[in-house]
Design a protein around this ligand. Sequence first.
Ligand SMILES: [Ca+2]
Ligand SMILES: [Ca+2]
Ligand SMILES: [Ca+2]
Ligand SMILES: [Ca+2]
Length: 312
Amino acid sequence: MITLKYLCLSLLLLATSAHAGTMTQTDWSMLNFGTGPYPTWWRIFDIGSNLDCTSNPDDVSLQAKEYLVDSFFERAMAVTCGDVNGDGYMDILGASDTHEIAWWQNNDGSGSTWSKHQIDTSFLGAASIDCKDINGDGFPDVVGAAFDLNDIRWWENVDGSGLNWVEHSVCTYLNGAYSVKSADINADGYYDIIAAGFMANDIIWWENTDGSGELWEEHTVDGDFSGAVNINIDDLNHDGYLDIIGAAQLGKEVAWWENQDGSGEIWVKHTIKDNLSGPTSVYSADVNGDGNIDVLSTDLFSNTVLWWENEN
Ligand SMILES: [Ca+2]
Ligand SMILES: [Ca+2]
Ligand SMILES: [Ca+2]
Ligand SMILES: [Ca+2]
C-alpha cells in the first residue's frame, strides 16, 4: 500500500514539476475526450495547461505575498482553516503524512506570526483533514483520514482552547483512507463525516446519529469507485440536498452522487467525465457566476487543471 501511495505521489510531483510554469499546450489528443455523448450540461474548460501569465500580464489580477507558517512539517499533505481557539482570528490546520495532525495559532490576527500546537502525533499516513463542530458544543473539532492506518477519526476540542483534545474513532477499516470531509448530509443538524478510500475503492459517509459524535452509522455511497482519491460536498442540482463529488484516480473518472431524497440513503451516480488520465482532486464553486455550482478537477498525466460548467 505504501509503495503504491508513493508511486502515485511521485508521479504527481513529477508531472507537476515537469510542466509547471509557462508551458503552452498545443496537442490536445492526449486528453482523450472522445466523441461523447456527454451530459449536455457539462462543458469542459482547461485552465492549467494553457496558462501563460508572462505573455499576457492582464491575466494576473491578484498579487500574492508569501508567508511561511511552518518549514518543518514533514511530508505535509493537507491544509485547511478554522478559528480553532475561538479568538476571532482564523487559524491553520494541517496533516503530515509521517504521523501528525496539528494547528497553527494566528497569534495577532495578521497571519504573520504562528504558534504550532499538536493534536495527534501518531496518525500514520495522515492524508486529509477538515475542521467542523462535530459534537455541536460550539467549539470547532478536527476530522482526519490516515492512509497507512485505514483510519477515520475526529478529535474533540474539549474546552475550545485548542490545547486539549480527546480522540474519537469513526472507522478503522477504510483501506487507503485518503480524503475526508464533514457536512450535514441528512440535514438533521448534526455534522456527518464523508470519506474516500483509495484501496477500498469506496465512498462512504457516517451518520452522526445523535449529534454527540460517539455513535456513527455507516452508509456506502459507492463501493466501486476505483482509486477513490478525493471528495468534495456541495448541492450541485439546487434541490437543497448536499451531494458528493469524487475523483477516481485509477478509474480515471470524475463523478457526482445525487443525494436523491436528502436522507443520504439513496445515491444516484452521475459521471461527469471518464477516460481521464488520472484525476487527483475535485472542488466545486460557481466559477462563472451564473448561479450554478460548477466542478473543478486536476488530472495527473495530462497535466491539466479543468473546470466543468454546470449548465442546468
Ligand atoms: Ca483563532
Ligand atoms: Ca465541538
Ligand atoms: Ca447529519
Ligand atoms: Ca442536491
